[in-house]
Design a protein around this ligand. Structure first.
Ligand code: SF4
Length: 407
């Protein structure tokens, strides 16, 4: 059994934006309708005690608590302060260190400055969702009035990047959009001097395919030559990032691919074969899997567990989590035959879904719907790293997949 180290708490289950691609409110899953708006303190306390128990059982010195939503800052400064105090108190009492992070659209930071005081008090690292240029961001990320949210989000990011608050700024998260220019997107994000970027493929499955593509389930790994627009988009962004004369920022996906190609281990679920170590607690104390699964079907993230009746150890041995902790054994035949599998890992679990949900786990025994894109990107990154290593007179670095890759 692999213990959880990251606990994502859905502290507010509603949002103050209406994004067109939102996987919580716009995808197949409808569970949010039945949830309380915010996570109340008894739920927070029970959750924190469960985390402390789990940490003690597995000898974890430190855990990460990620505050998420909906929009987590809708809880307001007072409740956020109380909530963080409860988590910190329960975990400190058990001798476990906790690192806090939070993912937000940023708007509430402008409306309620006291939130920043609370975030500083608990050293919460804040990531903001921003989709590149004003035009690209405003195509999807809308205020309830229907107007774009770029202006206010940009103001919030500038506030977070100011000297006074820079220590809180974790980075920017951007969803890839084929309608956006990849280099313009990267450079628009760079203007905010983020410590790190994350470029995310839009959540999609074989049933609900990504915008701009229509693919049939493959029976073999990619042979090359298929259209791979998401791969090409990411390659353009990678080259702009990689060719910069000095390091401008980190890009999580590219850095993780490089680590994997050099034989290391990725820290995210998007690529690689590392077992999942993140568990979600909804506002009512329900224990769930990653939110991304909500794109698959109604109830896909559900486990039937909750913090009142179950510990996180029960979740860790639940079949739905075990399916994402088995490395190569958790993949289907196509990925099993793929030369890039140790780097790609079949992509994000949710993106492998192809419909047979009644057979537990088997609906996910497919390659990612982004298979050809991942293949194209990984081969390109491997080629660039190989050429760079040759230029430096380095050979066989790390004994990793980089020099064994055929692409
Ligand atoms: S999803 Fe990844 S590992 Fe699976 S076949 Fe495609 S490229 Fe290979």
């Amino acid at each position: 059994m692999v213990p959880f180290r990251q606990f994502l708490l859905k502290i507010h289950s509603r949002c103050n934006l209406a994004c067109s691609y939102c996987y919580v409110y716009e995808a197949a899953d409808r569970s949010w309708r039945d949830r309380p708006r915010r996570m109340e303190l008894p739920v927070v306390r029970r959750t924190a005690r469960r985390i402390a128990e789990h940490a003690a059982e597995h000898g974890l010195d430190e855990v990460v608590v990620v505050l998420h939503g909906g929009e987590p800052l809708l809880v307001g400064a007072r409740h956020l302060d109380a909530l963080l105090g409860v988590v910190l108190g329960e975990l400190a009492g058990a001798g476990t260190r906790v690192r806090f992070s939070l993912q937000t659209n940023g708007l509430r930071l402008l409306d309620e400055p006291a939130l920043l005081d609370v975030l500083h008090r608990y050293e919460v690292r804040v990531g903001v969702s921003l989709d590149g240029t004003r035009a690209d961001h405003d195509r999807h990320r809308l205020l309830p009035s229907g107007t774009g949210s770029w202006e206010r989000t940009a103001e919030a990011v500038r506030l977070l990047g100011s000297p006074e608050h820079r220590s809180l700024f974790a980075g920017l998260l951007c969803v890839v959009d084929l309608a956006a220019d990849p280099v313009a997107t990267y450079e628009a994000l760079l203007e905010f001097a983020p410590p790190r970027l994350d470029l995310l493929l839009p959540h999609a499955t074989w049933q609900s395919q990504p915008a701009g593509v229509r693919r049939a389930l493959p029976s073999a790994p990619p042979a090359g030559g298929e259209p791979a627009p998401y791969g090409e988009w990411l390659i353009a962004a990678f080259d702009r990032w990689f060719d910069a004369p000095r390091r401008e920022t980190g890009v999580r996906l590219f850095e993780e691919l490089a680590v994997l190609l050099l034989g290391g281990r990725a820290a995210s679920e998007a690529v690689g074969l590392a077992p999942v170590d993140l568990v979600v607690v909804e506002a009512d104390g329900t224990i769930e899997q990653a939110d991304s699964l909500k794109v698959a079907y109604d109830g896909a993230a559900a486990t039937g567990l909750d913090v009142w009746r179950h510990g996180f150890g029960d979740a860790a041995v639940h079949p739905s989590f075990r399916a994402r902790q088995r490395g190569m054994d958790g993949l289907g035949a196509v990925c099993g035959a793929c030369p890039l599998v140790r780097v790609c890992g079949g992509g994000l679990y949710a993106h492998r879904f192809a419909g047979e949900r009644l057979l537990q786990g088997e609906g996910f025994l497919h390659p990612s719907v982004y298979c050809v894109d991942l293949d194209r990107l990984i081969r390109h990154v491997a080629g660039r790293l190989r050429a760079a290593a040759r230029g430096l007179g380095v050979g066989g670095v790390g004994g990793g997949a980089l020099f064994g890759c055929s692409g």
